[in-house]
Design a protein around this ligand. Structure first.
Ligand code: FAD
Length: 445
């Protein structure tokens, strides 16, 4: 395709869609971004919907390529480790990296989206149609139908890219036309956002850490915001005797937090109001195949592979998708019919790998981070990383501080664990042998 002549349609001006528009415009394409919401730079923020997120190396790598990383990082708060809050006793800090100096970055989702939107619309050839909700798409012709405040309207494009998030309408249309299969695995956990405001103008908790309250069947995390508040996210089952549905009065809410999160309660003066009015979000993993139809409709980001948020990688992975698609277009000389299948072949294994690691990390954050065995394991990880630099690297470092493909991270970590297991078994056998010899000698004496 000759980039200069064709206008590509990108559905969804969220994180992936805006970044994609920037990359496509750099390649010389004209881009029409269709977004169901009004312009977020002038509109209202939705209450209780993931106000901030952790941006790490994969996301930063993508932003560097369009010269936006520095601007985004200027408003970010680096978090160098986890602060674990027990029910009783003092919080304990666990560094993310062996050297202690690597950080993931807490950023405002809205500010990041606005920065990307402004960067995209500043490029020649990019236009945004806000208040355009895609409701129909013919994958054979690229004809799209949108609902707008003025009624229904249609448009067509030679290539339509769905960056419209976990509940993707583009994916829904491919499903309706029978050209795609999907599986949606919802957790029986949901999430609710709560706020810890500044105290006397200062952060109420250490802003250089991601705070975790691991409670087995529930978990709370808190990330700092530039206005010195913290956004807390409570993960809990949606139904049952111990669940979001079980706290029905202000007294019950306060009692629950006093029992399970006693150090948080005095820091959250609006707790009851937040709890009663903020929505419970759903959490799940979206899998589908294929990610494209006929070389003219493609999916990326959450639209293709939404994951649970426990590794802080959904947006990072979506940004990495954009870089990967750009490479595929390079390799296929902008032949979309070749580039879209190649993109799927390259990325599907990686998306599946991070989906699995994210699910496993839920158990780790919820149940294990507070246990002495887990803490000893982390210390061993860091000791090995220092002793064998570059040869032994922990899963967390590979996921958050490198751009090693996720599938390769999983394979490498499995190999490292196998070697460690063999070393541990060998050491145990040697020790057992030594003890046996000593015991036999002792008996002979
Ligand atoms: P989205 O950000 O969902 O954007 C989709 C866009 O499409 C939106 O603007 C939407 O309005 C628009 N749209 C939807 N339907 C239509 C339609 N029919 N027509 C037109 N437009 C449409 N990721 C991280 O990397 N780090 C984190 O710390 C992190 N924390 C998270 C915490 C929580 C609680 C949750 C729920 C998620 C978290 N994530 C995190 C994941 C991250 O939010 C997503 O992976 C990321 O937003 C995906 O980007 P996207 O552009 O693919 O989709």
């Amino acid at each position: 395709m000759n980039p200069e002549h064709e206008e590509i349609a990108v559905v969804g001006a969220g994180l992936a869609g805006c970044l994609l528009a920037c990359f496509l415009a750099r390649r010389g394409y004209r881009v029409a971004l269709y977004e169901r919401r009004p312009d977020p730079r002038t509109g209202r923020v939705e209450r209780g919907r993931s106000i901030n997120l952790a941006l790490s190396e994969r996301g930063l790598d993508a932003l560097r390529r369009i010269g936006l990383a520095e601007q985004v990082l200027a408003d970010a708060l680096p978090m160098r480790g986890r602060m674990i809050h027990p029910v009783v006793g003092e919080p304990a800090f666990q560094s993310y990296s062996a050297t202690g100096d690597r950080a993931i970055n807490s950023i405002s989702r809205g500010a990041l989206n606005n920065a990307l939107l402004t960067a995209a619309t500043a490029l020649p050839g990019v236009r945004v149609a806000f208040d355009h909700r895609l409701v129909g798409l013919d994958p054979a012709t690229g004809e799209m139908t949108f609902e707008t405040p003025q009624g229904k309207t249609t448009a067509a494009a030679p290539v339509v890219l769905g960056a419209d998030g976990a509940g993707s309408a583009v994916r829904g249309q491919l499903l309706a036309y029978g050209v795609l299969q999907e599986s949606l695995d919802f957790l029986d956990y949901g999430y609710k956002e709560l706020t810890v405001p500044p105290v006397g103008g200062e952060f109420a908790l250490d802003p250089a850490a991601l705070h975790i309250w691991p409670r087995g069947t529930s978990m709370m995390i808190a990330l700092p915001n530039p206005d010195r508040s913290f956004t807390c996210t409570l993960f809990w089952p949606t139904h049952g005797t111990a669940s979001f549905a079980s706290l029905t009065s202000p007294a019950a809410i306060e009692r629950h937090f006093a029992t399970h999160y006693p150090d948080l309660l005095p820091l959250a003066p609006n707790l009851v109001d937040d709890y009663q009015h903020n929505p419970v979000g759903v959490l799940g993993t979206v899998r589908c195949t294929p990610w494209q139809a006929g070389g003219r409709v493609g999916l990326l980001g959450d639209a293709a592979h939404a994951i649970v948020p426990f590794y802080g990688q959904g947006a990072n992975c979506a940004f990495e998708d954009v870089v990967a698609l750009d490479h595929c277009l390079d390799e296929c000389a902008d032949d979309w019919a070749a580039a879209l299948p190649l993109f799927q072949a390259r990325r599907q294994g990686d998306a599946e790998a991070i989906a699995r690691m994210a699910l496993a990390n839920f158990v780790e954050m919820r149940d294990k981070v507070a246990s002495p065995v887990f803490q000893a394991r982390r210390r061993l990880d860091h000791a090995l990383e220092r002793a064998l630099p570059g040869r032994y690297v922990s899963q967390y470092e590979l996921v958050s501080f490198s751009t090693t493909p996720y599938a390769r991270v999983r394979r490498r970590v499995r190999r490292q664990q196998a070697v460690l297991g063999a070393v541990a078994a060998g050491t145990a056998a040697l020790l057992a042998g030594a003890v046996g010899v000593a015991w036999t000698r002792g008996r002979r004496r």
